[in-house]
Design a protein around this ligand. Sequence first.
Ligand SMILES: Cc1cc2nc3c(=O)[nH]c(=O)nc-3n(C[C@H](O)[C@H](O)[C@H](O)COP(=O)(O)OP(=O)(O)OC[C@H]3O[C@@H](n4cnc5c(N)ncnc54)[C@H](O)[C@@H]3O)c2cc1C
Length: 429
Amino acid sequence: MAKDQRTIIVGGGIVGVCAAYELARRGRDVLLLEQNAIGSGASFGNAGIIAIGHPPLPRPGLAIKVLRWMIDGSSPLYIPPRFDPEMIRWFWIFHRSCTAERFQLCMKVLADLGRLSQDCFERILADESIDCEYHRDGWMEVFRTEAGFETGRHEAGIVRNNGFEATELSRAELLDREPAFQDDVVGAVLYNDSAFTDPMRLLSEIASAAQRHGASMREQCSVDEIVVRGNTCVGVRTVGGEFIGGGTLVLAAGIWSTKLAKLIGIDVPMQAGKGYHRNVRRPKVCLGVASVFAEEHVAATPMADMLRLAGTVEFSGINNKMVQRRLDMMSQSARTYLRGMEQQEVISEWCGLRPCTADGLPVIGWAPNVGGVYIATGHARMGLSLAPGTGEIIAKQLCGEEAPMDISSMCVARFSRRKRKTRDQLVAM
Ligand SMILES: Cc1cc2nc3c(=O)[nH]c(=O)nc-3n(C[C@H](O)[C@H](O)[C@H](O)COP(=O)(O)OP(=O)(O)OC[C@H]3O[C@@H](n4cnc5c(N)ncnc54)[C@H](O)[C@@H]3O)c2cc1C
């Protein structure tokens, strides 16, 4: 790409904003288009945990468990039964990805992307003097049952094998450190290398920094069409019919990327993993470090004057319908694990759509068959954690440099339905 050619980024979530920042600081002409307000998608209200080296969703043996969860509305992962060929296809890829071999591959790739992201976080925070309640204290997974703790120890071992620190805390050590927990917890694992933050403050600060470096951003600007001439993308058309020209297009539109990619014949199968948050007034004795209630899969993150409860994964399509019972489940979990949560003054509630691929890895790379289109999405439950590294990869590749890590297994073409896959590609899926 020539240096003076404009790059259009579609999507003002954390991925698009990090890409805009990295490109702008390299002197590129960047225009980011966002259909609503910057940061109004999944990036707005996530749990704020920067979970470095964390395992992917597909794991050996999980496919069967998911089938049981499908019919249980109180499970952490809920899939209302419905006939949807795309959902069935997604689940089939997920089922095939729940192997030990695939899990190892995903762990390696996510660990590399996590390390890269961590380095980028540190650089961006320092270079731009960003203040966003960024705490380098790790995050904790807390257990109420011995069986849960045993599973947690196993998972901590996997994370350690990939080069990260994970410290086991006995019940006494946990309560000594975090008196906010109820007496009947059995222990915790502290993931020391990780961090937590206020995700929207972080995103806004990076967006401002990108603008200081010269990036332009347009809100309320919905892209309706990707304009291709010959075999190359030359720009986009907005819902209002305006043509915006550009030399390269970065598609970072979260869950909406599937629909936009389809417009140019590219297959990026994803499902929206709806999650919720409920912000409650900070209790008198509050957690000092972001924690996940392991048996309930609910996160609790202290932020300024509140405690954010976040969690659940619900595959119910692309919509913002909130199910009261699932919000209440998070409050109930908080009461079970934490003291002083009987009266929770609710400040706000929200839901967002995680862009979930079925095979455990994001989609990062040049689009096949159409020149000038780069796709970056599918970070599922880890988009905040992995966005800065993704932005760095995008910027390097668009500037004609080598990607800073092996990104071949995150390529866009892996989902292509047209070509027959080789045996190696099937293993990699
Ligand atoms: C409850 C919950 C908790 C989570 N907790 C964590 C966590 O602790 N740590 C973590 O790492 N991750 C977490 N995640 C996941 C994380 O939030 C996502 O992976 C991440 O936000 C995805 O970022 P994104 O930029 O790809 O997508 P989004 O943030 O969804 O951004 C995509 C943007 O594209 C815009 N867009 C779409 N279509 C168009 C169009 N046609 N034209 C213009 N703009 C368009 C949308 O409006 C949107 O703003 C959580 C998610 C949820 C829901």
